[in-house]
Design a protein around this ligand. Structure first.
Ligand code: DP6
Length: 338
């Protein structure tokens, strides 16, 4: 019998963003971040132990369940993470990995956070070494995708900076049952982004607005924590929208400059402002890309979705919401072992 585990882990959307690293290689952030774990945007990953000394195998699973060998930089990042997890566990086994995303194909949505969270949790379970959510957060962070450290837990999650960089771990502020918030994602970009988040972290301190954002963040984080505690979107919304705009302000004023927005991004931002004038609670946020996540209540979600679907340049919507975090699945993405 083969020893394996299959895990589904979600993406997350940050209300206060990680942008700028104290140590990029180990994903130690310069500022704390707070996010909401999603439910429907997930990566599913099977990890099977293979013989000691055998090279790791990494596959992407196609629409029809077919396996495509994974190549390029994503493969290198996966193999580097497997090596870290080998060192952590003391095992000498190789790993066979198959992974797929639930996100619409070529939607330009970030998948590193869910992908590395799923990989990390699946390896730990395949090895029969389940560990605390805090340690999983640290192990996922070491993949280099800092936001993966927030995807190993559900609900509302804070990832702090730490005096001791060896324990820079996320904590759950509230479980998903605390507050039913929705995230309607307006997809306006099909291609992968041209400048990676990793490069964005490197360039961030070259912006004259970077240091000012860092100064403003402490008060902003307090508002977000309190708004989550009190389930108050009226307080949370303006702050999450402002922080996303400021991330992009920093990106656009970095050297060299990074422009993630497309004309359709601005049209969606404008549409969301008009929805608010009509009395709907809806607020925009963007990661390092052109797509817009609109955070809203379950009551406003149908109208938000209808308005975004009718906005020029929006080619697809993903209707998501707060989720419970990673879970173990019984069905494998790999064919039965011979
Ligand atoms: C803008 O270095 O975690 O999404 O690995 O591509 O997810 P990925 O990037 P990472 O930086 C995240 C940048 C961000 C803000 C955030 O999620 O905090």
């Amino acid at each position: 019998m083969s020893v394996e585990a299959t895990v589904e882990a979600p993406a997350n959307i940050a209300f206060i963003k990680y942008w700028g690293a104290a140590d990029l290689e180990r994903a130690i952030p310069l500022n704390p971040s707070i996010s909401m774990t999603l439910r429907r945007c997930v990566s599913r990953t099977t990890v099977r132990l293979i013989d000691e000394g055998r090279a790791d195998e990494v596959f992407l699973v196609g629409e029809a369940g077919d396996l495509q060998p994974c190549t390029g930089s994503f493969r290198s990042r996966v193999v580097a993470q497997l090596e870290r997890l080998r060192l952590w566990s003391g095992t000498r086994n190789g790993f066979c990995v198959a992974t797929r995303n639930s996100f619409p194909a070529a939607a330009g949505m970030a998948s590193s956070a869910s992908g590395f969270a799923a990989l990390t949790v699946a390896v730990v379970h395949a090895l029969g070494k389940p560990t605390s959510a805090a340690e999983l957060s640290e192990l996922a962070r070491l993949s280099g995708s800092g936001s993966a450290s927030r995807s190993v837990m559900g609900g509302y999650v804070e990832w702090p900076t730490e005096a001791d960089p060896d324990s820079c771990r996320a904590t759950q502020l509230a479980p998903e049952s605390h507050w039913d918030l929705r995230d309607v994602v307006a997809l306006v970009q099909r291609d992968p982004k041209t400048v990676s988040s990793l490069e964005g972290h490197v360039r961030a301190p070259t912006s004259p607005h970077f240091a000012r954002r860092q100064e403003l963040l402490s008060a902003r984080l307090d508002v977000v924590r309190e708004a989550i505690r009190e389930r108050c979107l009226e307080r949370l919304g303006p702050v999450l929208e402002l922080d996303a705009i400021e991330l992009h302000l920093v990106a656009m004023s970095s050297v060299p400059a990074i422009f993630y927005w497309s004309p359709a991004t601005l049209r969606v931002l404008e549409r969301v402002r008009r929805l608010r004038q009509d009395g709907l609670e809806a607020w925009s946020t963007m990661d390092a890309g052109a797509n817009v996540h609109v955070i809203c209540t379950p009551q406003s979600e149908p109208q938000v979705a209808a308005a975004l679907a009718a906005t020029e340049g929006v080619h697809e919507l993903v209707r998501d919401g707060v989720g419970a975090g990673p879970k173990l699945l019984t069905e494998s993405l790999l064919p039965a072992a011979p």
